[in-house]
Design a protein around this ligand. Structure first.
Ligand SMILES: Cc1ncc(COP(=O)(O)O)c(C=O)c1O
Length: 438
């Protein structure tokens, strides 16, 4: 039901507002893997919202848990007071994190969780007397949210430019190499040298000045860029050898997207911190978290005077009770339905085969996939400087499928509950869109 007179008041995020408002796309209802528009059209949600509704839409158990919690204990200060559900949720979460990541710091979003992780890294270095270790290393094409720390370590130029000098950060090269790795199934073979670039940055800055390296194990918003085989392990080795913290931003890759609870577990590489959000509550209530190694937490605790606040950081809504209730109900679903592992089974294979069937389109220059994430990259259309992704996104929506667009790349991350016939629907829509647009 529409209770507004115009679209003017809402300044929409990361949206071409003027063209959207000239041609609005309004979703009125969601259920399972589908959205329904205000005009009644059924749209396959091939992006799980924004890579977050991992258990699918309309999960009654989560809605009921939210309502129950709001009636029982809606809010209480998390600063110097506690509530049971915050402790319960933290304890449940760390059953899924790799050892020794057994401490949870709560935030409200991926962006805030990234800021929290970066500040924990700096607080840790200073707690152990390494005050000169304050530089951060990010990576080209990375997305770590939109706050100042996140855009500093992030590597997407439009998100960085125009926002001032930012933090002292250097960047690793991204790992997309279509010439060598096009149409890889799963992790690509080539370009382990990308990890060796960290040695070069360390030589340049000196390890004594570097606090932490932060990367997305699989880059999402940069275009679904995979780490070459062995890359993450090599980064871990280099960071350990130089006494530098390694942070995995798993805001997208966490909670079953790759076929395990985390990329860290899937690829058997344990970072010092994992940043999480999105799927942690099935995207229904905002919540972010940082999973922190015991030693980092303990060092910060031990360095503070007895009885004093150990870490001057936190949010009004850290461990918000309603968000924790949503998170607990989400974990119940993931565990009971085996969703965290589902992408590594038959459906993941079906996904891979279906996406790679698009190789026969001459406009397609790469297909990338892992678990239930994927992307198709197109050649730049002749005679125009405008990338094709935006037009593909609009055309697919007309054809009943919601996808993400980044330049000439279209990306997909459906609910982990997706079925083979729905994957077929996605692939058919892409084919039809290509036929109409080129
Ligand atoms: C890897 C990564 N980090 C951080 C964020 C920021 O999360 P949020 O939009 O919840 O602030 C995102 C969002 O897409 C992300 O993909």
């Amino acid at each position: 039901m529409k209770n507004y007179s115009s679209l003017d008041a809402f300044w929409m995020p990361f949206t071409p507002n003027r063209s959207f408002k000239a041609n609005p796309r309004i979703v009125s209802r969601t259920e399972g893997v589908y959205c329904y528009t205000d005009k009644g059209q059924q749209i396959l949600d091939a992006t799980a919202g924004l890579w977050c509704v991992n258990a699918g839409h309309g999960r009654k158990e989560i809605a009921e848990a939210i309502g129950k919690q709001a009636l029982e204990l809606d809010y209480t200060s998390p600063f110097s007071f506690g509530h049971d559900i915050g402790f319960e949720f933290a304890e449940r979460l760390i059953k899924h994190t790799p050892d020794p990541l057994n401490k949870v710091f709560f935030a409200n979003s991926g962006s805030e969780a990234v800021e929290s992780a970066l500040k924990i890294a700096l607080a840790y270095q200073s707690a152990r007397g390494k005050h000169g270790k304050f530089k951060l290393i990010g990576r080209e094409m990375a997305y770590h949210g939109v706050n100042f720390g996140g855009i500093s370590v992030g590597g997407l130029t439009p998100n960085r430019k125009g926002f001032g000098p930012l933090l002292q950060v250097d960047h690793l090269p991204h790992t997309l190499d279509i010439e060598k790795n096009a149409f890889s199934r799963g992790l690509p073979e080539h370009d382990l040298e990308g990890a060796e670039a960290l040695e070069e940055l360390i030589k340049f800055h000196d390890a004594s000045s570097i606090a932490a390296v932060i990367i997305e194990p699989v880059s999402g918003a940069g275009g679904v860029i995979m780490p070459p085989k062995g890359y993450l392990k090599r980064l871990r080795e280099i960071c350990t050898a130089h006494d530098i913290l390694l942070i995995f931003d798993e805001v997208i890759t966490g909670w079953g997207r790759l076929g395990s609870a985390f990329a860290a577990t899937e690829f058997d590489v344990v970072p010092d911190m994992i940043v999480s959000a999105k799927g942690i509550t099935n995207g229904i209530v905002p919540l972010g978290a940082v999973f922190v190694a015991d030693a980092i937490h303990d060092t910060i605790m031990d360095a503070a005077p007895e009885g004093g606040v150990e870490f001057y950081h936190g949010y009004t809504y850290s461990a918000n009770p309603v968000a924790c209730a949503a998170g607990l109900a989400t974990l119940d679903i993931y565990e009971q339905e085996g969703l965290l592992e589902r992408a590594s089974g038959e459906i993941g294979q079906y996904w891979e085969d279906a996406l790679h069937s698009l190789q026969d389109l001459e406009q397609v220059i790469d297909v990338r996939n892992y678990g239930l994430i994927g992307a198709v990259q197109f050649a730049q259309p002749d005679g125009t400087a405008t990338p094709i992704g935006g037009a593909m996104q609009l055309k697919c929506y007309e054809l009943g499928v919601m996808i993400r667009a980044m330049g000439n790349i279209i990306a997909f991350s459906p609910p982990l509950t997706i079925q083979p016939e729905e994957i077929d629907q996605l692939v058919a829509a892409i084919r039809a869109a290509v036929a109409e647009l080129y």
